[in-house]
Design a binder for this molecule. Sequence first.
Ligand code: CDP
Length: 209
Amino acid sequence: MVIAIDGPAASGKGTVAKKLAEHLGVPYLDTGLLYRAVARDVEARGGELEDAAAAVSAAQSIDAQSLGDPGLRGPLAGDKASIIAKIPAVRAALLDYQRNFARSCGEGAVLDGRDIGTVVCPEADIKIFVTASDEARAQRRYLEHQGRGENVAYEVVLEDLRRRDARDRDRSVAPLEAARDALHLDTTTLDADAAFAAVLALIAAQITR
Ligand code: CDP
């Protein structure tokens, strides 16, 4: 069973996806890490994020072992990822990696991102589109900053998040959008445990339908 989870930044999709994979005992791929790693590698080689040739070359030589790099976490790396994620050839170069991952997992897999249900795994058994209000998402990211001792104003976090969402939604290839057959989950008022319980209920309802 392949489960595709998509949604905007800080919607809770990653938390839900990871818990679901653990619960089902299947592998999990956070596809955002691939885009983050491409942006990291472009800059490490002295390139510009807008340079399509440099970004494609980094995407073609992505090292799966380097995806655990803590430097890939955080909003700045996410923002840089969304710049190279607009480049169609970068997306094409990362497509095989993601599809091979889903295909090679015999028992099933959980993938999360922006275009899993629409482009990467359009045949996924279950598709879930996770959302939350802009303010709730910004508040989560703001608290993460505070937890790391970073002094960033809530308004700045909210503005950054909206800018990245707009970049992801408005790009020409594989924009952030729900698949037509996706189940929808709004986590605005849900904590991680409640969001996970809601996802399990959505999946159970879909399976028994
Ligand atoms: O965790 P968060 O939602 O903040 O970000 P992420 O999932 O790590 O994704 C970082 C960026 O990568 C996104 O803003 C997208 O621009 C891009 N991305 C994408 O285009 N397609 C995906 N399947 C996953 C991420």
